[in-house]
Ligand binder design. Sequence first.
Ligand SMILES: Cc1cc2nc3c(=O)[nH]c(=O)nc-3n(C[C@H](O)[C@H](O)[C@H](O)COP(=O)(O)OP(=O)(O)OC[C@H]3O[C@@H](n4cnc5c(N)ncnc54)[C@H](O)[C@@H]3O)c2cc1C
Length: 412
Amino acid sequence: MGQLGCIAILGGGPAGAALGTFLARRGLDVVLFHQGKRPPIIVGESLVPAVVPYIRRLGIEDEVAGYSIWKGGATFVFDRDSRLSFRFDEVRKAKTTYSYNVPRDRFDASVLEAARRAGVRVVDHPARLALEGDADRVRLSDETREAAGLSRPPDFIVDAGGRRRILPRLLGIPAVDGDRRDTALHAHFEGIEVEIEGNVHTDRLEHGWLWRIPLPGRVSMGAVVDSQYIRKFGETPEQQFDNFLKHDPVIRDYARPARRVTPVVRYTNYQSRCTRGVGGNWALAGDSFGFVDPVFSTGMLLALQSADWLAEALSRGTPKALARYEKRVLHNLACWQRVIGWYYDGRLLTLFRVGEYVRYRPIGRMLDFHFRKHIPRIFTGENATHPYSLALIRFMVNHGLAGNDPDALRVA
Ligand SMILES: Cc1cc2nc3c(=O)[nH]c(=O)nc-3n(C[C@H](O)[C@H](O)[C@H](O)COP(=O)(O)OP(=O)(O)OC[C@H]3O[C@@H](n4cnc5c(N)ncnc54)[C@H](O)[C@@H]3O)c2cc1C
């Protein structure tokens, strides 16, 4: 491959715009196709602390802080009567002790503007791709090239177009789907309470779970429920969400005063990872490569990490660097998939609950000092692939539940 000339990126979401910025800052020529049309509200509003260094690197932290809610921790609701909150500043050796809950439209605009400032040519036009021969290569359609005023084809193409997966579909790249068959229903509400200001709240429900993300003047809520089960609440996303909120015993009391102020956006089949992320003259970044699950708010981190790692690989411009990028992202996705599985099968919530009472006993106090360095840093995103942290949590969910049956906290 060697030194690349022009790189074309499809998609001006966080992955595409951050990738463009990092490449342009390395002196590469980048054209980014941005299709502005998006749903009225966008999921991905709660950021984990490991995202903050990326926001700083993009030079947009002050701007983001100005329109977002400062996020100091996370609250897990086990059932109607019990919950656990943790603060990011209690995490030992944490590099970042806070994060933000962001209105996504404004956040995405900030990241795209950073790309423009770095010198990325942003073309407000949807990109179309075509196969180039049968050698694992793709090209921009003639019409797309014309829209960008490109006299010759780009040397490399990145699909950062999100879950539409234009390039994987074109090349027939297989995907591995997760076990869950959930539907996520997302809307903004007024009149909803959160127990701890700024915290993302994850409520385990009779069926599925719910997120509550405080945003300026409103709360984002999303119900994640088995796709078969949610159908009994109506046909349209609005009917399903509104009726479900009135029905579930964990939330119906506090949801009563809620006023929904946006339409409901429905997501299905989102647990999906492509088995390949690089090819002849192309690569995937962000959701286009893979997305695991909303439960630990990891999507934006994965998107920004993939942008960062791909920029590094493309600036080296060697097949070895690209292969390393692919391996790193696949590993990252697989690590999260495993941890997320322990949330759904009840083992993580059981471990959190056991940890709460053990930490005040003498042996517990000693262990807690050690655990607080390793286990929460998986969820803040700082240690999500750290071999020791992962081995420790695996050991604990397998052997540290103090005889409690994890089924009691399984997410149905
Ligand atoms: C239910 C649910 C809840 C979630 N909650 C969270 C959360 O709380 N926190 C979190 O961190 N993550 C969350 N996520 C994940 C997060 O939304 C995504 O991981 C993140 O948006 C990925 O960014 P991206 O840039 O890869 O894709 P996107 O944000 O989807 O951006 C892709 C962009 O490409 C554009 N595009 C597509 N095709 C073309 C084309 N042909 N030409 C030009 N442009 C194109 C699209 O219009 C879009 O603007 C959630 C996901 C789901 C499904």
